[in-house]
Design a protein around this ligand. Sequence first.
Ligand code: PXL
Length: 269
Amino acid sequence: MRIAQALTIAGSDNGGGAGIQADLKTFQELSVYGMTVITAIAAQNTTGVQGVFPISYEGIAQQLDSTGDDFKPNAVKTGMLYSTEIIQLVAEKWRHYEWSNLVIDPVMVAKGGAPLLQQQAIQTLITELIPHARITTPNIPEAELLTGMSIRNLSDREEAARRLVQMGSTYALIKGGHDTGGMIVDVFYDGRSFHYLENIRIVTPHTHGTGCTYSAAITAELAKGSSVLAAVTTARAFIQAAIEDELGIGAGHGPTNHFAYQRRQRGER
Ligand code: PXL
């Protein structure tokens, strides 16, 4: 049996709830072999980010080459890319190795406000990487920065999704978690029509790594050959379970429960 393989190009979260740690756990839970290219190391816990240490350009370039020269990932996800130079490097290697199924989680700031992408790099993300994306998955604040529009209601979310597709992302997912309602509505756009993924909001502080986990689940499903809508639908159930079955780890914003979805599938809940 040939196992589906996925690569994440992202930052490290020593606390294990976000970044490459969340991605690998999610890939594993969804039966996908995971690989990593680490862009930066964040020092953090559930109370905040204490430091961010970028990996050298050469260090990232060699990780990409070592991966691309031997492995053939079926899907690739990007998380924290940090700088213009790293985004340009990833775009160059993307073309060189002819990878497919790029999932862009346009990570910009950590929950406490620590910057994970330099301000001037947003434009590079738009011009260099988004045109290669199979799907781009911003939350509302990220979608506002990418599109330059303010997003207040559902039709704004639809317009933001249209703009991401105009930028060259084949599909777009605008996540509704930063809205305030009791229902969270994620807007999915395939270039022609919209689909709405609606879920009840779980009131909990334990949402650290939600965006990473959600986009990692999409990447895993794409690696296995799912359609993009099917991948997003499964990933939405994965993240909902991970938020509902909270682990209660740490004194602040704890991680989501990466075990929850498969435990439910096995009837263990
Ligand atoms: O959730 C965004 C994110 C992504 N990647 C890394 C992070 C965080 C948030 O803290 O630390 C490495």
